[in-house]
Design a protein around this ligand. Structure first.
Ligand SMILES: NC(=O)c1ccc[n+]([C@@H]2O[C@H](COP(=O)([O-])OP(=O)(O)OC[C@H]3O[C@@H](n4cnc5c(N)ncnc54)[C@H](O)[C@@H]3O)[C@@H](O)[C@H]2O)c1
Length: 470
C-alpha cells in the first residue's frame, strides 16, 4: 500500500540498496541475524536468504496495546520498526485517531477493532491478536481492506497439557476435597478410593496439539494411553489410536477431552457416553464448555458412576473476574455442580501461564514481521494463506509483488500482462471468499521499472492493495 511519495522514496532507497549502502532504513543485502534466518528449515544446512524489507523498515510503525509480551517488542525492535507501546487498551475514539498512522497493530482481547475503526486505517497492513481468539476484530472488514489478521492458536498447548496431568493426579488422590477440608480445619486422612496413576489407562479424545502433548506426559508417568480422533494420527510412544469413541470409553480410567467446539462436538459428552465409561472413571474437560453436557455429568457423579471430574471451561463464562461471577444466573446448574465431591473447577486457566504469554509474543510478532517483510500470510485467520520461498542472497534487481485483489475472473491474466516485461521467477496465488492474494517474484527490474509496475497494478480495477518488496 505505497503512496506515490513512498514510491519515490522507494526509488532512492532501491538505489541505496544497489549501492550496498548501510544507511538506516536501507535494504541490507547481507544476511541479518533476524528471525528470517533463524527459522528452522527442512534441510540440515540452513541457506542464508536475502532479507526483504518494505521500502524502508524504519518507516514501519507498530502500535502495541494491552501490554503485549516483551518477546514481541524484542522481535519488532530487531526489525527496526517504530514501536508505540501502551499497557492498556484504547477506546474507539482513541483507536480512530491512531489507526490512520500505523502499519500494524498488536492487541489482546479487550481492544475492539470494529468496521468503524478499520475504516480509518489508511496504511494498515496487518493486525496481530496476541491471544487465541479473534472475535474482537471485524475479520471480514479487515479482509475487505486487504488487512491480514494473525493470532496464536497453539502457543499454550503445553500449559493445558500440564494442567491436565496435574488434575489427573489430583482427582485420583481427591486432592481438591482434602485441601478444602484442611482450609476449614478438618483433618481427614483417607486412602479409600485414592489411587496411583501408574498403570492406569488415559483415554484422550481429540489428539491434536494438546492431546498429543498430554499423551507424552501421561506415558512418562507410566500410564497406558489410548486416543480417539476423527483423523488417523501417528501414535507417539506406545499410545494407541482406537477406532471408536465407545472403545475408548469402555477401556479408560481417565477420559480427557481435547476436541474443538464444532457442531459434532456439541454435547458430545452426554449421558450415553458417561454410561459407556468404566464405573468409577474420571472425566476432564479443558477443551470447550459446549463439549460436555453438565447436567448429565452431575447426574453421573451423584450416582457414583463417575468418581471425579475436572472442568476448566463452561457453556457460559463470566466476562470478567470477580466474586459471585460463577453463579446459577450464569449457568442454572452451578449450585449443584459445586456441591459435588471430587470435582475440580478452574476458571478457564488451561493456557494461562507466563510461558504461554511469552510464546504467544514470539509467534504473533514473527507472523506479523514475516508478513510485513516477506508477504508470507501463512497462519492468517481472515486471508488466503500464501508464501513464497525466500530470495537468495545474490538475487539482485528482484522485486516481490504483493497484490491483494477481489476474487474475480481475469485478474491473473491482467496482472501477468503487467509483469510480463520481467522474468516472473515464482508466483503463488490463493483466494478466501471474495479476497485473493497473489505473490510474485520478478527479476530484471531496474529502478525506473518499479514505479511503472506499481502504477499499472494500482490502476487495475480489482486491486485492494499492493506492496512491493525488494
Ligand atoms: N482450557 C484452555 O485454556 C484452552 C487452551 C487452548 C485450547 N483449548 C481448547 O482445547 C481444544 C483442543 O485444542 P488443540 O489446540 O489441541 O486443537 P487441535 O485442533 O490441535 O486438535 C483437535 C483435535 O480434535 C480432533 N477432532 C475434531 N473433531 C473431533 C471429533 N468429533 N471427535 C474426535 N476428535 C475430533 C481433530 O482431528 C484434532 O486432532 C480446543 O477446543 C481448544 O479451543 C483450551
Amino acid at each position: 500500500m505505497a503512496s506515490p511519495q513512498e514510491i519515490n522514496n522507494l526509488q532512492s532507497t532501491f538505489q541505496r540498496a544497489l549501492n550496498f549502502s548501510g544507511s538506516p532504513g536501507a535494504v541490507s543485502t547481507s544476511p541479518t541475524p533476524s528471525f528470517m534466518n533463524t527459522v528452522p528449515q527442512r534441510m540440515n544446512v540452513v541457506k542464508p536468504s536475502k532479507a526483504l524489507k518494505p521500502f524502508s523498515s524504519g518507516d514501519i510503525k507498530i502500535l502495541l496495546l494491552e501490554n503485549v509480551n516483551q518477546t514481541a517488542i524484542d522481535i519488532f525492535n530487531d526489525q527496526g520498526y517504530q514501536i508505540e507501546f501502551h499497557k492498556s487498551s484504547f477506546s474507539e475514539e482513541e483507536l480512530i485517531a491512531k489507526i490512520a498512522d500505523v502499519h500494524a497493530i498488536g492487541i489482546r482481547s479487550k481492544t475492539k477493532l470494529t468496521a468503524k475503526v478499520l475504516e480509518h486505517a489508511k496504511n494498515l497492513v496487518c493486525i496481530g491478536c496476541f491471544c487465541i481468539g479473534t472475535n474482537q476484530v471485524d475479520l471480514e472488514s479487515a479482509a475487505k481492506l486487504g488487512v491480514a489478521v494473525f493470532n496464536s492458536p497453539f502457543s499454550n498447548s503445553r500449559s493445558v497439557a500440564e494442567l491436565v496431568m496435574g488434575e489427573i493426579i489430583s482427582l485420583a488422590r481427591q486432592l481438591g476435597d482434602r485441601s478444602i477440608e484442611m482450609h476449614t480445619g478438618t483433618w481427614n486422612k483417607v486412602s479409600h478410593g485414592c489411587w496411583e496413576i501408574r498403570g492406569k489407562t488415559l483415554g484422550i479424545v481429540g489428539c491434536g496439539h494438546i492431546g498429543s502433548q498430554l499423551s507424552v506426559l501421561a506415558e512418562a508417568f507410566g500410564m497406558h494411553v489410548l486416543y480417539y480422533d476423527i483423523v488417523t494420527i501417528m501414535a507417539l510412544g506406545s499410545a494407541k489410536q482406537v477406532p471408536t469413541l465407545n472403545e475408548l470409553l469402555n477401556r479408560s480410567d481417565f477420559v480427557s477431552l481435547h476436541v474443538p467446539a464444532t457442531e459434532e462436538t456439541n454435547n458430545m459428552f452426554s449421558a450415553p457416553q458417561m454410561a459407556a465409561m468404566k464405573d468409577g472413571a474420571y472425566i476432564i474437560n479443558a477443551s470447550r464448555g459446549t463439549v460436555v453436557d453438565i447436567p448429565s455429568l452431575i447426574q453421573a457423579m451423584k450416582v457414583g458412576k463417575i468418581a471425579g471430574a475436572a472442568l476448566d471451561v463452561y457453556p457460559n463464562e463470566p466476562a470478567k473476574n470477580g466474586s459471585g461471577a460463577f453463579s446459577d444466573e450464569l449457568n442454572p446448574w452451578v449450585s449443584d455442580l459445586v456441591s459435588l465431591p471430587n470435582i475440580i473447577l478452574t476458571p478457564h486457566i488451561g493456557g494461562s501461564t507466563e510461558e504461554a504469554q511469552s510464546a504467544i509474543g514470539v509467534e504473533v510478532a514473527t507472523a506479523l514481521s514475516k508478513y510485513i517483510n516477506e508477504g508470507n500470510s501463512v497462519g492468517s485467520v481472515n486471508f488466503p494463506e500464501v508464501s513464497l520461498r525466500p530470495l537468495d542472497l545474490d538475487q539482485e534487481n528482484t522485486v516481490r509483488v504483493l497484490y491483494i485483489h477481489h476474487n474475480v475472473p481475469g485478474v491473473l491474466k491482467t496482472v501477468n500482462n503487467i509483469l510480463s516485461d520481467h522474468n516472473i521467477e515464482k508466483q503463488f496465488s490463493d483466494s478466501n471468499g471474495d479476497i485473493a492474494y497473489l505473490m510474485a517474484d520478478i527479476s530484471n527490474v531496474d529502478q525506473s521499472d518499479i514505479k511503472d509496475v506499481y502504477d499499472k497494478l494500482n490502476a487495475t480495477e480489482y486491486k485492494i492493495s499492493i506492496r512491493l518488496l525488494y
